[in-house]
Design a protein around this ligand. Sequence first.
Ligand code: EPZ
Length: 417
Amino acid sequence: MDRLVIEGGVRLAGEVAVSGAKNATLPILTAALLTAEPLTVSNVPHLRDVTTMLNLLAQMGVAVSMDERLGVELTAARIAEPVAPYELVKTMRASVLVLGPLTARCGEARVSLPGGCAIGLRPVDQHLKGLQAMGAEVAIEHGYISVRAKRLKGARIRMDLVTVTGTENIMMAATLADGTTVIENAAREPEVVDLAHCLNAMGARVQGAGSDVITIEGADRLHGARYRVMPDRIETGTFLVAAAATGGSIRLTGARPDVLDAVREKLREPGAHVTTGPDWIALETNGALSAVNVRTAPYPGFPTDMQAQFMALDSIARGTALVTETVFENRFMHVQELKRLGADIEVEGNNAVVKGVAHLDGATVMATDLRASASLVLAGLIARGTTTVDRVYHLDRGYERIEEKLSKLGARIRRVR
Ligand code: EPZ
């Protein structure tokens, strides 16, 4: 297993380009299942989860080709196997995103129940409720979700809770349904909007994405399209926090400042200076930052995917911070590891109280999930001495060449096979 070895104490400085958004790419790739014509997707990040999704689609019979600039062409002329097997789903829960498109295109789907993961049980009851409301028969047998529907029918669906991939699955299924579907209490994440834009480029009629009511008028078929994925707002936020935590200054190009309001606000509060342009964000720090409270919430609230990174920042900030996680039930796995580096953090239920300490001290720590591993890398950049982060495959799922990008900013970080 790869590990990252980091020598802390360097102030990051320089410019780095943001990659395409993982959580927009994954649903957009599954949208190819909705048409027999080619869907060409550009700005695809080179990530383990993307490779996993491409393998899953190829296994179903989708023709997949990549060009040298990481553009991907997918053609689902015929879907031989509308099945997502356990071996693949257990490595990436987002595989559940094939459920809606397969049911809409083939009238059937068999998808392994995605197991839980480090951050929570991660049920998919809302995905299934939506498909049932559209007339699908849903059964769960031998750890697989089986869905059948001659043709889905438009329906009015009120989600019991805000779910990003739940909203995306139902939105995709509805594009080929008979009639109009209205999703109420829909997720408003920018990645949902990016998917809606791609679906509309394919001839779908989706309106209201980005609000909590999305209306989809079903069509008989969709056609191919070319679509460029939006930049990754969580990668952007992660690098901004890395610069703030190391007392450095950074400029991120190819970014979308407009989808990072909550994060930008939470960087200004402790004292970082954030400036933006149409497609760039810059951050400078002068002196130590003060502690900042964060409370995660669905978009446009503070993103749960940025919670672990801010906890690393707060671990050496002046004062005490309260970090509250409201989206997932177990997303504090990074706390134990941060404490091994000398952080002073007490967890009470879904609250963590972080008391800033003068410095962290390098140690060997273990990554448990994608964003927890990012937080450990940030802590390693701050800590005195050497920090080794084990199980870096968690990091590779969501960050493209992170050690190369950080090295470009001056970090002393290397990957050890
Ligand atoms: C998406 O996961 C993201 N993944 C996650 O990013 C992100 O953390 C999460 O949204 C929240 O923003 C992708 O987009 C591929 P949810 P998702 O359904 O859709 C509960 C990362 O780091 N729930 O919005 O799986 C669920 O348990 C990943 O890139 C149900 O109870 O999250 C959770 O507590 C991690 N029933 C809450 O809702 C359901 O049917 C929000 O989950 C669905 C969800």
